[in-house]
Write a new protein. Structure first.
Length: 240
C-alpha cells in the first residue's frame, strides 16, 4: 500500500497518527507494543509531531517499548546518533519510562554491540513479533543500515549485525531482514523530490535487493506500507 501525503508536514502527521493507532491497538490486544524507530531526517518531523500533546496523550507509554532499527557507531552525544535524535525530539517529551527505551549500545566495539543488542531484542520480544517497524529510504536504496553490496542484506539468521561501511566512513549496526520482515507492520517514510528516482526503482521491477536493499523488506506475516509526500511520489503520483 502506498499513501501519498501532500507535503512533508502531512507525511509527519500521517506517520505519527499511524504510530498512535498501532500502539493503542497493540496495547488493547496484547497489553504492550514494541516499535522499532528509524533514524535520518524524515522521521525527525514524525517524532516531533508524535510528541505533541494531542497525539502523545492518546498513548499509554508505560506499555510501549521503543527499539532502534539501526545506529551509527558514534557516541550518544554525537549529532549523527539516532538515539540522540529520538531523545531530543520524542522520548524526553513524553511520559515513557527510561527502561522502555532500548538504544543500541555504542559504548563498545561494533560487533560486541551487535551481539549485545540482539540479546536485548530476544529478551524483549521473546516469541512475539515487533508491532511496527519504521524505515527510511536512502538515495542509494539502502534502508536501516542495510547497504548495497554488503553482507547484512543477505543475513538470514542473526537479528543484528555490525558492518564497516567505507562509503559512510564508519561502522554501522543494523537489525537484519529476518527480524524486520517478522513485524506486524512495516512502514517506510519517504520525503522530498530527491527520493523520487530511487523510490521508483525500489517499487518497480526488476527485484535486486543486493543493489537496492529496501527491496529485501517483505513482511512474511504482516503489512508493508509506504507513506510518501507528493514530492517523493514524483510524476508517478504514486500510480493512483
Amino acid at each position: 500500500m502506498i499513501e501519498v501525503a501532500p507535503d512533508a508536514a502531512g507525511l509527519a502527521l500521517r506517520a505519527a497518527t499511524r504510530i498512535v493507532a498501532t500502539a493503542r491497538r497493540a496495547v488493547a490486544e496484547r497489553g504492550e507494543c514494541v516499535i522499532f524507530l528509524s533514524g535520518g531526517s524524515t522521521p525527525r518531523a514524525t517524532y516531533a509531531r508524535l510528541a505533541t500533546p494531542d497525539l502523545a496523550g492518546q498513548v499509554d507509554w508505560s506499555r510501549v517499548h521503543l527499539a532502534f532499527g539501526d545506529e551509527r557507531c558514534v557516541p550518544q552525544d554525537d549529532p549523527r546518533n539516532n538515539f540522540r535524535m529520538v531523545r531530543d525530539t520524542l522520548t524526553t517529551l513524553i511520559p515513557i519510562p527510561t527502561a522502555n527505551v532500548h538504544p543500541i549500545p555504542v559504548d563498545r566495539p561494533p560487533r560486541d554491540a551487535a551481539l549485545a543488542y540482539e540479546r536485548t531484542l530476544r529478551t524483549l520480544l521473546g516469541t512475539n513479533q515487533p508491532d511496527l517497524v519504521l524505515l527510511g529510504l536512502g538515495d542509494d536504496g539502502h534502508t536501516a543500515s542495510l547497504f548495497p553490496g554488503h553482507a547484512a542484506v543477505r543475513e538470514r539468521v542473526r537479528w543484528v549485525v555490525a558492518e564497516e561501511i567505507p562509503e559512510q566512513v564508519m561502522w554501522r549496526i543494523s537489525v537484519t531482514p529476518p527480524l524486520l520482515n517478522a513485524a506486524r507492520e512495516v512502514v517506510f517514510l519517504v520525503s522530498g523530490s530527491g527520493k523520487a528516482d530511487v523510490l521508483r526503482s525500489v517499487l518497480e521491477p526488476p527485484r535486486d535487493p543486493d543493489s537496492l536493499p529496501a527491496q529485501v523488506i517483505r513482511p512474511t506475516n504482516g503489512r508493508l506500507e509506504w507513506i510518501v509526500d507528493r514530492a517523493a511520489a514524483g510524476p508517478d503520483g504514486w500510480r493512483g
